[in-house]
Design a protein. Structure first.
Length: 302
């Protein structure tokens, strides 16, 4: 009974494979020059021909998997990132399937020549199925999930790098701007980063009346004296202006009592917020922020 049930199962599988092969014929006629499609159709047809069910099937599958492994390795040289990782994971997965087919062919050939090597089929080849399935799943999943994971990792990294700047301006009053509280545990990192950048820009806009041009000039010169490059010195100067202006705004000082201020906030693209945030930890800005009161004459800073 068990053997009859097994035979029925093979016939059902063969019929299904032939049905899929028949559905592929119109596509094959339209794309007859596609080598991968031809190999797939050949594999389906060979698998469905049970009367030939198992040597022809194993040979066709081994040839198709070897071709797929070779193509995956070639394609991996033309792409980068997670797209490269996918084919390079699939290539060894297909080679494992080739090894599986070769082992089973050896067992079948031994049986046809009067030898008993069934243990290769029962005990050896079965151990190749799990790694082949695992690598195959990873090979298809990595190109799909890799870019998303990389984007999330980049957003988290930028979110953390903006922490010094956010700590400086988080208490600055921003009339007319709405700061939405976004729970980090179920908010995508990219949305958290966008919200953080928006809040920072709102605060910088609100600090326009408090920004002192002399503070920027003094901090810029001091950064150059400390050996900073020009672009780093400019970032440190902007950071010093924001730090002093934020402290003044939070203390409630009137902007009219300040020195002549810059009429507009610094126009910096989004990616420059990170150098600005990093500059807040520089010695020039740290020494400036350690002064007793933010309303004293910071322009005399040495």
């Amino acid at each position: 009974m068990a053997s009859e049930a097994s035979s029925v199962g093979f016939y059902i599988c063969g019929a299904l494979l032939l049905m899929v092969w028949a559905l592929k014929i119109p596509v094959l006629l339209r794309r007859r020059h596609d080598p991968l499609l031809r190999a797939a159709c050949l594999l389906l047809f060979a698998a469905g021909q049970l009367m030939f069910l198992i040597v022809l099937y194993l040979v066709a599958q081994a040839v198709a998997m070897m071709a797929a492994s070779t193509l995956c390795w070639r394609w991996s040289r033309e792409v980068g990132g997670s797209l490269r990782a996918g084919p390079r994971i699939l290539a060894p997965a297909y080679l494992i399937i080739v090894s599986y087919d070769v082992i089973r062919l050896i067992a079948v050939a031994a049986r046809r020549t009067g030898h008993d090597l069934d243990y290769l089929d029962d005990r050896v080849s079965v151990h190749l199925a799990a790694p082949a399935c695992l690598l195959g799943a990873l090979g298809f999943a990595v190109p799909l999930l890799g870019p998303r994971l990389a984007e999330n990792a980049s957003s988290v990294r930028q979110f953390r790098q903006l922490a010094p700047l956010w700590q400086t301006v988080r208490d600055v009053p921003t009339p007319g701007a709405v700061r939405a509280s976004l729970p980090w545990w179920h908010t995508p990192p990219a949305i958290l980063l966008t919200g953080r950048k928006t809040a920072i820009y709102d605060a910088i806009l609100a600090l326009a009346p408090y920004r002192d041009s002399k503070v920027r000039e003094a901090a810029y010169c001091a950064a150059l004296r400390h050996g900073e490059e020009e672009h780093r010195a400019a970032a440190a100067a902007d950071a010093a202006v924001i730090a002093v202006a934020a402290a003044t705004a939070v203390d409630g000082s009137s902007p009219a009592a300040r020195r002549p201020h810059l009429p507009h906030p610094p126009t910096r693209p989004e990616q420059d917020l990170i150098p600005l945030s990093r500059a807040l930890t520089s010695p020039v800005v740290q020494q400036l922020r350690q002064r007793p009161t933010p309303s004293q004459k910071a322009a005399t800073y040495e």
